[in-house]
Design a protein around this ligand. Sequence first.
Ligand SMILES: [Zn+2]
Length: 206
Amino acid sequence: MCHLSSRIAAWCLALIVGGETALVAAETVRFSTVVIDAGHGGKDGGSVWNGLVEKKLCLDVAKRVETALRSRGLRTVMTRRTDTFVELEQRARIANRVPSSVFVSIHFNGSRKTIISGGEVYYRSSRGKWLASAISRSLKSKVAGGIRGIFYGNYKVLRETQMPAALVECGYLSNKREALRCTDPVHRQKLADAIVSGLLAVRRKE
Ligand SMILES: [Zn+2]
């Protein structure tokens, strides 16, 4: 076992495979494919604030995540890649057909309390929480605007997907400063890169 501090030791797990003992980080997930779910689409625009329409930003960031993951040799599946309406159940069905995968849903937020800003990451399962934590840490360190935290969320796409899954709210379009940031493709690229870094941080290669 790890002869380190108890905090670090908690991350280590002795795996005995065919008599061999190997140390692996406990909070890792084995996957080769990421199912990327751009929120909303078609008749469902999502949040509309400060002249921004959520569905467009979701798809933009989702495509950036796709490009970044592929450049790192991972496979990707998109639940939508055009401005089309896809039912939540259908998104889960698409994901559940993909072996060795994790699922990340990309959204932007809105609130009548326009002072609120920052990202939020939601999970439902324990392995989903590992993904959410890693994405949250990455957003916190890499993206202006910060992160409000990770939260349990009983969302349909988290409930009906069978693989580790997280839902990222990339920021509040209702907040003027954050909306302005979201109009900048450089910021959207940073969001995508942070999501990818988070996913890769928990990945255990097959
Ligand atoms: Zn949304």
